[in-house]
Design a protein around this ligand. Sequence first.
Ligand code: PEP
Ligand code: MN
Length: 337
Amino acid sequence: MVVLLKSGTKAEQIENLKSWLQGMNIGTYISEGTSHTIIGLVGDTSMVDMDLLRSLDIVENVQRIQEPFKNANRKFHNEDLVVDINGIKIGGGNFQIIAGPCSVESREQIIEVAGRVKAAGANLLRGGAFKPRTSPYAFQGMGSDGLDLLMEAKKETGMPIVTEIMNAVHLPLFENVDVIQVGARNMQNFEMLKELGKTDKVILLKRGLANTIDEWLMSAEYIMAGGNQNIILCERGIRTFETRTRNTLDLGAIPVVKKLTHLPIVVDPSHALGYSYMVEPMAIAATAAGADGLMIEVHNNPAKALCDGPQSLTPDAFDELSKAVYAVRPFAAKYEY
Ligand code: PEP
Ligand code: MN
C-alpha cells in the first residue's frame, strides 16, 4: 500500500502517521519527491483501513500495491534511482559501460585490458576472481589473488571494480570492491542475498538463466528488505529453445523493468549472445531501447582466454562498439512513469 501525502505536509504530521502505523506493526518507507511525499507501507497491510487513511487531512490518495515486491516497486518511488559509484552515476539519465575480461588471469592481462577499455570510454572495470563454471574441471578463477590484481588495476586506472561473489563467507575479501556482482546462477541464493542486504555495497544483480522478471525483482527485494537500496539490475539473456545464440537476449525486459521499478538496468550482450560478432549490434539495440548501461567482455587475446573467449571482444573491437554506442545514446528511448 502507498500513501500519497498532500503537498505542504509537515514533518511532525508525517512522524505521527508513522508511529500510528508502527502501532499496527506496519513499517514505512518514505520517498520525498519534489512536490509530493509518498509513504510506502511494508508488512501485512490487510488490517489497514484504506478509507480511514484516505480521510486524514494530510492524505491525498491511498493505493494498494498488487505486486509482491514493495521496496523495489516504482509506485514507492517518485524518481529513478541514481546509483553513485565513487562519483560514477548509473540510472536516472546516467549511462555507463562496464567492460573487462570474463576472468582475471594475470597482472599483465588485467592492467592492459583496463587501460584499453578506459581509453575507449568504459568507466567501470569488470573481471571475475571467483568464477561460476559449469564444469568443476574448468578454470575456477584466481580467487583472492584475482581480487588483489583488480585492486592494482583500479589504482593504475582509477576505475571502480565490478566483480562476482559466489559465497557470502567471502564478503570480507570484497571490502574494497566497488560493485559486487551476483551472477545469474546465484540470483536466487536467498541466504547470500540476505547477507548482501546488510551491507552498503552497490549490488549488480544479474537475471537468472530461467527466471521471470517478477522473480528477479523479488531477488532485488530480498536485498532491499535488509536495508541496502543500491541495486543495479543486469539483463544477461535467458535460456530458450534457440541454440544459435548462447542465450536469448530479452530486450523487452528493459521497458518492463522501467515500468515496474525505479532501479537502473544494464544489459550484458556478451553472455546473452555468446559470440563476439553479435555483441556490437545488440549493444547498440540495448542502448537504443533505453538501457542505463552495458556490460561487455573484453580480452587482450580472446583466443587464449581461460573463460568465455568466443564472446570476448578484442580491445580494438571494443573501441568500435563504444563509438557506435555513444553515437546512438542521444536517441535512446526515454521512459516516464
Ligand atoms: C560473468 O559475468 O562473468 C558471468 C558469469 O555472468 P552470468 O552470471 O550472467 O553468467
Ligand atoms: Mn563470462
